[in-house]
Design a protein around this ligand. Structure first.
Ligand code: PLP
Length: 282
């Protein structure tokens, strides 16, 4: 029989502080959704908590079912966590339907000091706008009109920016215009992700009250990975509640996504999955 002195085995702790409440849908493959959020926040040494908005049934190829939970049940989860142990910030992912968006608006309005990072999840499947609807049309209108003004940072991709603004967003100049419009619609800051544009460089554009910041990186070749949007927004939320300024938080978020893409897995028949949980250098 082997003997292991278990009390001498140590795992290096990485907890750096910062509690983030994730309000998002479940992806059973754990490529996207709240499972990806948990991984991203944990990878950066934050503490992630979740309020589940919806159950999706999906594999690496397609989303086959979406069931939103009752808004009252989602609200009960949020209020329980905000009451005890409390959160330093909130990350919003898939909100599914109008009742949940309306409830989130109410809760955020009564917690005006909490930073809120919102990834406007509209469609699943990872393809730009091509997958199953993860937010209904009537919910989108409420999101645009009443939720945006409560958001600290909004992180749309090109398709999401186009849907929210009604503009066509196919170039960096379009991204700048869309970001400005989203700010006029109430979002304090907007990060438009340019990963779906062609080219050897990927440009993400951050618009804040002080102006634009361009984040430029060499494109990592290969197929699109599932979960990049969730991972980026959660990583930024984690860094913000750990005390980083917005530019540093976004830079760290992009770094985590790129690390996740470099170490991505191809375990199924469809999309590659991010793997951000290796140790970050920061
Ligand atoms: N949340 C859930 C539950 C999803 O199923 C998806 C995509 O399928 C997303 C969020 C968004 O994923 P991504 O990070 O690839 O934009």
């Amino acid at each position: 029989m082997k003997h292991v002195a278990a009390n001498e085995v140590t795992i290096r702790p990485i907890y750096r502080g910062g509690k983030v409440l994730v309000v998002a849908g479940s992806d059973p493959v754990a490529g996207a959704g709240l499972q990806a959020d948990l991984k991203a926040i944990t990878a950066l040494g934050g503490y992630a908590m979740t309020a589940v908005t919806a159950i999706t049934v999906q594999d690496t190829v397609a989303v086959s079912r979406v069931v939103a939970l009752p808004a009252e049940l989602v609200e009960a989860q949020i209020l329980a966590v905000l009451n005890d142990p409390g959160a330093d910030g909130i990350k919003l992912g898939m909100l599914a339907e109008r009742g949940i968006v309306a409830m989130v608006i109410r809760v955020l309005a009564s917690h005006p000091r909490l930073p809120v990072v919102a990834d406007p999840v509209l469609a699943g499947g990872g393809e730009e706008g091509g997958g199953a609807a993860l937010l209904t049309q009537e919910a989108l209108e409420l999101y645009r009109d009443d939720l945006l003004p409560l958001v600290t940072l909004l992180t749309p991709n090109l398709a999401e920016a186009a849907k929210l603004t009604g503009l066509s967003v196919h170039s960096e100049a379009d991204m700048a215009r869309a970001a400005q419009q989203l700010q006029q619609m109430g979002a304090k800051a907007v990060l438009i992700k340019g990963g779906h544009l062609e080219g050897d460089e990927v440009v993400d554009l951050l618009a804040t009250v002080t102006g634009l910041t361009r984040f430029v990186a060499t494109r990592i070749p290969g197929p699109v990975c599932h979960g990049t949007g969730c991972t980026l927004a959660s990583a930024v939320a984690a860094r913000l509640v750990q005390g980083c300024d917005l530019v540093q938080a976004v830079a760290d978020g992009i770094a985590l996504v790129r690390q996740g893409i470099r170490h991505s897995l191809n375990p199924g028949r469809g999309q590659r999955l991010l793997s951000p949980c290796c140790r970050s250098s920061g």
